[in-house]
Design a binder for this molecule. Sequence first.
Ligand code: BTN
Length: 248
Amino acid sequence: MIHNIKWFDSIDSTNSEAIRSFQNSEDFSIFAAKYQTSGRGQKGTVWESDQEKNLTFSIILKSNNIKAENQFYVAQIVTIGIKRYLKSLGIDAKIKWPNDIYVEDKKICGILIEHFLSGDILSGTVVGIGLNLNQTKFNSNAPNPISVASILGKELDLDAELNNLLGYIHEIYYLFLNYRSSSMFSRLDAEYHDSLYRLEEYHQYQETPSGEIITARIMGVDSKACLLLEQENGQTKRYHFKEIKYIL
Ligand code: BTN
């Protein structure tokens, strides 16, 4: 499939550009940048990416009548697509809930999803993806970055890889839009669950805002996209994104 991609040599942030262009864009329009001057990360952080080294792009999703209650499926579609793409390169990646992509204990891809709600329907979503492709030295204090090139030992072509990756995401998005059956939803849930980083292994986490450190294992994610952590005493608690921090 040929995707509708608009490339920028330099832009503040492809998510910001996608939001500015939202009204006049079609579903699955792509805004990609060789360089972002103010790449945005989750929780107000800055996304570091050297010029022409990595994939930094945003996808506009719109006019698809996705119910607000199903918004977590957007994260599932995208993370599963990225995981399958990396698998095609021979890289075994995991999904760090809710939507980071990890290889062992290192982050290879970050995702910033911005939803726009209209009543109980998503009027649109901008999905921003930063995939470390060819950068092997990272300057900022990002705790644990890794790239495709540092794993494979070779550089890949940005344009070709963007098209390949979009193919994987689009395939799942297309199936999702066309078969919104409970079996489709449970297949996505199952693949997301099975791909979770640290699934069923005991590790340390920090509850916020209390700061309390707990040892627990991830048992899954519930229908409200909360993380389910079981402590050693068998007690299970559910956490929203801002309520728990992974200790790496
Ligand atoms: C994270 O903090 O993990 C999310 C990082 C998201 C970065 C991507 S790069 C393309 C898009 N444009 C942005 O400004 N941010 C996202």
